[in-house]
Design a protein around this ligand. Sequence first.
Ligand SMILES: C[S@@+](CC[C@H](N)C(=O)[O-])C[C@H]1O[C@@H](n2cnc3c(N)ncnc32)[C@H](O)[C@@H]1O
Ligand code: SF4
Length: 383
Amino acid sequence: MPIPAPLALYIHWPFCLSKCPYCDFNSHVSASVDHARWRAALRRELRHYADQTQGRPLTSIFFGGGTPSLMEAATVAALIEDAGQFWPTTPDIEITLEANPTSVEAQKFIDFRAAGVNRVSLGIQSLRAADLAFLGRQHNVAEARTAITLARTHFPRFSFDLIYARPGQTLEMWDAELGEALSEGPSHLSLYQLTIEQGTAFAAKGVPAAEENLAADLYEATDARMQAAGLPAYEISNYARPGHESRHNLTYWHYGDYIGIGPGAHGRLTLGGTKHASGAHRSPTHWLEEVEKTGCGAPAPDPLDPDTVRREALMMGLRLTDGISNDHWQALTGQSLPDSLSSPTLTRLIEGGFLAQTPQTLKATPQGRLCLNGVLAKLLDIF
Ligand SMILES: C[S@@+](CC[C@H](N)C(=O)[O-])C[C@H]1O[C@@H](n2cnc3c(N)ncnc32)[C@H](O)[C@@H]1O
Ligand code: SF4
């Protein structure tokens, strides 16, 4: 009998205390949240997907947002418990919760740990007071540091996020801040360059993104500093001590199967041998009403055609430093990498120094990772 394919679970909590001016995630500020109603709806949607995926081993759960540290710990506990009853869980299951570092939320860490969370990902964003204010954050530097200490104390694994390439930030300023972040002893960091997303307050105000050359210099300096600190990049924006990579996010980048529950959550599920895409209603109210009516807040999943599967697998896999292995590609698409991709476009991208190919792998070079969107735009045209 073939071993059932593993599965990851993403749970979206859409509420935040305030809307950060750079953020285009599906996050909403609500005067009041009926926690009992939301708990019931998330549990109901979880059951809906469990019915379709019985027997598959669950390797990770990720509570993302929005701000899932605003969830009641009882909701987190109920969902983890349900998941453990619906699926066999792997012994090393990773259960991450994204937490904002305000003191109120940090006080809940003990309860989240008791609920079964074994990894937190903290939205620190900056260790500079003026920049936290600029980014519209609800926490200050002291709260950020306390939250890191509490995360280290209560959880076997933790990570934190920083946003760099902020207006006015020089290489020297970022290097000093990154050094302070590293002195906190994390084994995983997510370091994102500030992106000005359409429809955000920053876009409306005309906040500029870092100039291209500075952005490239900042990226290269970050890579070098993290490599020297023993946390090399394993993905475009993610750095870890070997063995401390986010297993949940690796499922996305390896184009594995995952269920997404909650408003706006996406999923990719192989059903009857075909990869399907699901995407839940983004509006929290609409999603809630749909789940209460039908048990699921998403339209029926769409089957993906083979070219879409190849495109998505490339977009995900080339984000990884190790790229895509031929064996993995073969398992996903039924073809070898050379058979799928051989083309004048691929040759040009290799000769231009953007991609590197061996008989076993295809990966983006450091130069290619700097402009991965452009590289992908060209490569995806093959299909
Ligand atoms: C789901 S979001 C936010 C999680 C959590 N609510 C928080 O604010 O910390 C995950 C991460 O994406 C990053 N991020 C979001 N919008 C960004 C943007 N416009 N530019 C760069 N990084 C961004 C932030 O570092 C953030 O922690
Ligand atoms: S960055 Fe985080 S806290 Fe801020 S609005 Fe987005 S999801 Fe909410």
